[in-house]
Write a protein that binds this ligand. Sequence first.
Ligand code: AR6
Length: 165
Amino acid sequence: MIEAIQGDITKLDIDAVVNAANKTLLGGGGVDGAIHRAAGPELLAACREFGGCETGAARITPGFRLKARWIIHTPGPVWRDGEHGEPELLQSCYRSSFKLAREAGAKSIAFPNISTGVYGYPKADAARVAVGVMREENGNFERIVACCFDAENLGLYRDLLEGGE
Ligand code: AR6
């Protein structure tokens, strides 16, 4: 099942949470900062080992102090005008994250609306990309969660999920 909820992704009781990271994987603001604070300093140490990550790719670490068993880190595209491969890169973030989750054996996974904060991707367009890939993967997971920090995002995801769009 795919569901949209409103809440803090760091608090979820779920197998895997996805982090909207940057290419250094060394933390930052937004959901990335919240995940690093909640998971503890071991997360930064684990992320250093990767030596960074390309936009649209993903890396997996343990969840450390989170309830989640795994954290999947994916740098989303910085929005310019939509003509610089942003939709394809964003789709690749979701596909790469789902692949790592499947390989790890995760049955439940939660995503923030990647790239729509600091990186400026229009929220409705990003949610449409997210839900498209979530539908492709729905059969491979027991639970896929769009974890929305704010009511605006919650409304966008609920409309997409209810509308069958
Ligand atoms: N739980 C769920 N969603 C959240 C949370 C949370 N605790 N906190 C924020 N969001 P952003 P980006 C939502 O800016 O645009 C960082 O500095 C937020 O409302 O976190 O991909 C990284 O290091 C928004 O909908 O990520 C990168 O440098 C969504 O998460 C850069 O920001 C994504 O917003 C990545 O920018």
